[in-house]
Design a protein around this ligand. Structure first.
Ligand SMILES: [Zn+2]
Length: 401
């Protein structure tokens, strides 16, 4: 609950240092390279991939032959020599360093997993060129610059047309160029000042549903968007097509491209939906209580929930940074048993299939997820030491996004 205490401090005694909190945000834009530029971009990526794999090979060999563990600096110190010998065609020096840093990161994560003994630790793997899809310029202005002509100047590629569909708000720190199903994007990571919303005393509990996307403590249901099903069917068709094509053939290549595009489409739709839901929650409520699905030892039902909707964690991510930006409170509560308790405090055990809540002690009769959302809000408020507000049990209409 570290974020909780931090926000509390902000609310009780606003200080200058808190009111100009800097934030990191990412702005993503489509790039339109010419055929020649696209080939150059592909070339830069494949060189970055080659460097990544070579550095991985060196680390493996050093460990196997001499029992040595190489550091980022051991490898970065060789870059100058490699580049001077003309062995590497990745144009920007900082990009090369960033590739080595990525590898270093994956090794650190590997050692951490070994230490924690979390199942199989999974040694860092060689990456095929087809899957090495992004290149980061770690300091803006070094090999990468946005020109007033709506072009992005990239070292080793040229001036690439960029569609700035909205303003880049803030100071650009890093730029990542991405290849996604045959399309190119530039992601600007910027530092900007947080813009708090007017204060709201409204509070809400959010329950992730199996049927509805989420249910709020006031009874509002947020439906899963309808276009999901259509996109899923399309995805399955694309998947089947890949499976039927002969390996290594050009038809398969095309089918793979279509599948990637279908995946990207679903991803975009889901992200769009999550942005809308989280923005709406942040606008309406000053305090939002949700289940913390990272708690260990979740019951089978809870686990089904978290597995069932992989999107939930992506919504939490968006809620988290939007809450921080707007000065809202986001409270994560222990999810265990939220569906088994009535708002009056009585225990009302239910199996997963029981969708209705009937309390024998107080007579409350309401939807299961609705009562769960109220319990989540109660737990959140208890963490804050506030009292439980009057329960509003009349279901509202469903909201559609
Ligand atoms: Zn009750």
């Amino acid at each position: 609950m570290s974020s909780l205490t931090k926000h509390d401090a902000v609310r009780s005694a606003p200080r200058l240092a808190d009111s100009i909190v800097k934030q990191r945000k990412t702005f993503r834009y489509r790039l339109y390279p010419t055929a020649k530029q696209a080939a150059a971009l592909d070339g830069q990526l494949s060189e970055a991939c080659r460097l990544y794999n070579a550095a991985l090979q060196e680390r493996r060999d050093a460990y196997r032959i001499k029992g040595l563990s190489l550091s980022y600096y051991d490898q970065a110190n060789q870059l100058k020599e490699i580049r001077a010998a003309g062995d590497l065609e990745l144009s920007n020096f900082s990009c090369c360093q960033e590739v080595l840093r990525r590898l270093d990161k994956s090794f650190k994560a590997f050692f951490r997993r070994v230490k924690e003994k979390k199942g199989k630790a999974g040694f860092p793997r060689f990456r095929p060129r087809s899957r090495y899809d992004s290149l980061t310029f770690p300091s803006y202005g070094d090999g990468c610059r946005l020109l007033p002509t709506n072009k992005l100047k990239l070292q080793g590629v040229g001036q690439v047309k960029v569609k700035l569909h909205r303003e880049v708000a803030g100071e650009i720190k890093t730029v990542t160029v991405k290849r996604e199903a045959g399309r190119w994007f530039a992601c600007f990571s910027v530092e900007c000042e947080a813009a708090p919303l007017p204060e709201s005393r409204e509070s809400v509990g959010v329950d992730v549903g199996l049927k509805a996307f989420a249910t709020l403590s006031d009874g509002t249901e947020i439906e899963n968007p309808r276009h999901y099903r259509g996109a899923q069917a399309k995805l399955r068709r694309a998947q089947r097509k890949v499976a039927r094509r002969k390996r290594g053939g050009s038809n398969r290549k095309k089918a793979v491209r279509d599948l990637q595009a279908a995946h990207a489409h679903v991803r975009n739709q889901r992200a769009d939906f999550h942005h809308k839901v989280s923005r709406w929650l942040i606008c309406c409520f000053g305090l939002i209580a949700i289940e913390d699905l990272n708690v260990k030892g979740l019951a089978a039902g809870m686990l089904a929930k978290s597995v069932n909707d992989a999107g939930w964690s992506s919504l939490i991510d968006k809620l988290t940074y939007k809450a921080e930006e707007a000065g809202r409170l986001l409270i994560k509560v222990d999810p265990r048993g939220t569906s088994q308790r009535c708002t009056c405090g009585a225990s009302v055990p239910k199996t997963l299939s029981q969708r209705w809540h009937e309390c024998l002690s107080c007579g409350l009769s309401a939807g299961r997820d609705h009562v769960s959302a109220q319990e989540i809000l109660r737990r959140g408020l208890r963490l804050l030491g506030e009292t439980w507000p009057v329960a509003a049990c009349v279901p509202n209409e469903a909201v559609a996004f």
